[in-house]
Design a protein around this ligand. Structure first.
Ligand code: GTP
Ligand code: MG
Length: 405
């Protein structure tokens, strides 16, 4: 009897449990929790502020040694993590300018701020202001010729009463700068087929090898096969520096013995680039003083031997100029242009100067386009130069800048 009662109680409890749990409406399965990939310390903050790169001119977005797959993984969760961002993000141009503005902070706060102070708050623009502007522009490496040309045109317009107020003068100055900087072919290295050969020249310590490393990183990020030519046979350390970049971007380095003929290395590198079917060959060269004729003859020879190995190469001959060297950059550019027929200028270390006016002087005097600017030592600190973005970043008003961010 007792056993029967116990059995009935157990049966009732089991039935209750069945209705309470097993017949409960089925919930959809919980979403699978995706573990976020490990992020590099610097990546998230910087990435949120920076614009998403355009495929064609993708900024190098990683520490050089990071493998490509890991990088892609980093970007995806960031987009998922920020649903609060407005559906229509700020136009790319504005976001690009905002990052550029930060890189040009020294020049903005330096010569541009001084120019701005001269015109701001003035109800009527007195031609005497032009004299003060001249002083600022000359002391900011704009160069005598360019300064006089710009201010001459402003004076004419002032006399015609076309520039009545502060804004009109500022806009006229901006337009002058844009016009000068738009010279020649702009944009990233042109694609001249396989291999496209890029020769890097310039005086000592301006950033040739570092720029090659940065450009190689960009190319690698775009999925291109890169080869490096160690045409600086002068110092063993120079070859080692290039080899470090080669390792970072998984590119072979063609090198010769210390003190060997740089032309021979350039020839061998170009031949290898053809055979190996690489997309881009970057040929590094030793820093050389533009005033030393034998060294300038040597670079002419390097250029010729590349052409012998591949007719029409080098497709780009880029002169690297250090923005902090001031007016001497103009002399360097003049001599190098004469020797090797430059296709563009890379202006490095703009982050380290408050006198970014040199960019105007060089473009105006030589009519050679600035192709890239260096705003720091890391691979991602090299930017494709865009005249309008550059002028906006430099001359744009602070209030507009804040509004754009
Ligand atoms: N702040 C800053 N430093 C830079 C930039 N570009 C290069 N540098 C630094 O400038 C120094 C010289 O760079 P290199 O690449 O060795 O210069 P180089 O022209 O190859 O020098 P040589 O081969 O000796 O003629 C290094 O410390 C670089 O990190 C830049 O855009 N900004
Ligand atoms: Mg070097």
């Amino acid at each position: 009897m007792t056993v029967a009662i116990i059995l009935i109680v157990v049966a009732l409890v089991a039935a209750g449990a069945y209705f309470a749990f097993a017949r409960r409406p089925q919930l959809p399965p919980a979403p699978e929790h995706k573990a976020l990939p490990e992020k590099k310390a610097e990546a998230p903050a910087a990435r949120r502020e920076e614009p998403k790169p355009k495929p064609a001119e993708r900024e190098a977005k990683r520490e050089p040694a990071a493998p490509a797959a890991a990088e892609e993984e980093i970007e995806t969760p960031i987009e998922e993590e920020t649903p609060a961002e407005p559906a229509a993000p700020a136009p790319r141009a504005k976001r690009d300018v905002s990052a550029l503005r930060k890189g040009l902070a020294a020049s903005r706060g330096g010569f541009i701020a001084k120019l701005r102070a001269l015109v701001s708050g003035k109800k009527e623009i007195d031609p005497a202001i032009l004299e003060q502007m001249e002083e600022v522009m000359l002391s900011s490496d704009v160069g005598v010729q360019t300064t006089h040309a710009i201010l001459g045109r402003l004076r004419e317009r002032l006399e015609k009463h076309e520039l009545a107020d502060e804004d009109a003068v500022w806009n006229a100055l901006r337009a002058e700068a844009t016009e000068i900087l738009k010279v020649g072919h702009h944009g990233a290295i042109k694609n001249a087929g396989k291999p496209t050969v890029v020769l890097m020249v310039g005086v000592n310590g301006v950033g040739k090898t570092t720029t090659i490393g940065k450009l190689a990183t960009r190319a690698r990020d775009e999925g291109k096969k890169v080869l490096l030519g160690a045409g600086d046979t002068f110092r063993a350390a120079a070859v080692q520096q290039l080899e470090v970049w080669g390792k970072r971007v998984s590119a072979d380095v063609v090198k010769g013995k210390e003190g060997s003929d740089p032309g021979a290395v350039a020839y061998e590198a170009t031949s290898k680039a053809k055979e190996a079917g690489v997309d881009l060959l970057f040929v590094d060269t030793a820093g050389r003083l533009h005033t030393k004729t034998p060294l300038m003859d040597e670079i002419k020879k390097v250029r010729k031997t590349i052409d012998k190995a591949l007719s029409g190469a080098p497709h780009e001959t880029l002169l690297v100029l250090d923005a902090t060297t001031g007016q001497n950059a103009l002399q360097q550019a003049t001599q190098f242009k004469e020797a090797v027929d430059l296709t563009g200028i890379v202006l490095t270390k703009l982050d380290g100067t408050a006198k970014g006016g040199i960019v105007l002087g060089v473009c105006d005097a030589l009519k050679v386009p600035v192709r890239y600017i260096g705003l720091g030592e890391r691979a991602e600190d090299l930017r494709v130069f865009d005249a309008e973005d550059f002028v906006e970043a430099l001359f744009g008003r602070e209030e507009e800048a804040v509004a754009a961010e």
